[in-house]
Design a protein around this ligand. Sequence first.
Ligand SMILES: [Zn+2]
Length: 593
Amino acid sequence: MSYLVLARKWRPRKFSQVKGQPHAVRALTNAISAERVHHAWLFAGTRGVGKTTLARILAAALNCQKGAVPEPCGECGSCKSIEDGSFVDLMEVDAASRTKVEQTRELLENVQYAPASGSYKIYLIDEAHMLSASSFNALLKTLEEPPPHVKFLLATTEPHRLPVTVLSRCLQINLRSMDSETIGDQLTAICKGEGVEAEPGALARLARAANGSMRDALSLLDQAIAYGADAVRESDVADMLGGADQPSIVHLLNALAVGDGEALLNGARELRERLADPANILAEMAAALQRLALLQTVGEGVLGEDDESGMLAPLAEALPADQVQLLYEIAIQGRSKLALAPDPGLGLEMTLLRMLAFRPETAAGKTQAGAAAVAAGNGAAAGGSVVSASRPHSREAAALHGRTRPAPSEAPERAPEARASVPEPGPGESEEVAREPAEEDRNQEVAPAPAPARGGALSSKEWPETVAGLGLEGLSGDIAAHSELVDASDGCLRICLDGAHENLLTDEARQELASALQAALPAVRTVEIEIAGAGKGDTLAARNRAEERRRQQRAEEEFKADPFVQASLEIFDAKIEVGSIRPVDSADAQPKP
Ligand SMILES: [Zn+2]
């Protein structure tokens, strides 16, 4: 019995058998049915998606002796000889091996002569982008005015490398890279047809490994059948692909869910001992996390018949949805940076430890500080995911020695005082900064009111503190905050309210403010409130804004200097959105003893 590789045996011979390219099939069958088949077609797409397969079916459809439309019959002499490659009117060339202009001329030598046996002479040029410039020129003449019995079918993985003069004369059909579901379905159908026993998880794994190429998937299936002696088992496939089997991946994720560093690292080492490739381990983890996210969002049933849904279900409960997202992000980032690691095994280990050290704020508990707003450079974590870690360095060290306890909510040592997502200060406040007083160390919550004895000689610099000491709220407090001291002598206190806040000044508020000032400053007998444009800026409001500015600046500096943040930036290839950093109210950040 001669052995025929699956890719050839199961190559579609009719349009209806083509998987995953319905738009291309429709375009071609419509053209054939309408008898308006363009004289030059360009099939573009990545490797193994069916470019030459579609071209051959088209060639057969055009030459089928039964004249069946739009599908070739698959039984007549033409169809059969096209299938086995012996059809004389199908000139199939691989441009990669025939780039020279002489070869192209030779190929086109007989283009004027009528087809020998079929209705059309078909020129199928694979890897067309490989032709030399002079070859393209030689081809172009024929492309411009082809004899009516000639069709050109070009296939390429890189259409942008074709000259525009050629592109403009072809009808281009873009073939999609196949999703792993389409590939998986086809693998399942083939195994059924071949009478091969196959575990669904094994086929899903092969489909993912094929990376969008049906041809690669079929040759992997060939290998898997040989490897497993006519049965396709997931553990065999995992070994064959240098990947990790599902139970091992679930084991790693379980260790992450409970924060067990020892189990995590041991699990990874066992996989490595079985020669699993670090990149594949991370890819399988990412794939499992993606399915976990699906499970959490859509619920059971989305994972199909895989037994793996049973393994993942408890994890869907144990891992919060945002942690699943974060782990996924770290997995794919870690995978993309494996090449930069001292060696891939170390890169894998560090990525796993990172998964252990970083957890979303909701998962880590409310007492966690050190929140960082990072927007990943690749946009995957856009929206400013909030990430925090409790002393990541010490936890990583602990994990290395297998002493990690499950998700402790340790107190931060020195947290960057920052919180996410508050808009940047509006325009106009920058002037305030220029006018702010130069004093430092004014960040007491409430300044003590000046001694009453000094009331008569109050300076305008002291005024904001005096106002703060009044402890007024509501309108009267706002008026005081937006007022400057004009004069305080002879028992008469004159203040000036910024005209922009004139509407605050009700009789009631005016009276309340006057009473408060008289109580705080016994020397004051009368209080006069004037209204004017912005003055020198010695108001409590301006001082508070300036203070806010200074704290903001400090928060940003501390945030950027924080080793945790720097690590996050590196790990996630992230940028700081400066506008999203906000100082945390000191009362919130430091629990009172
Ligand atoms: Zn036929």
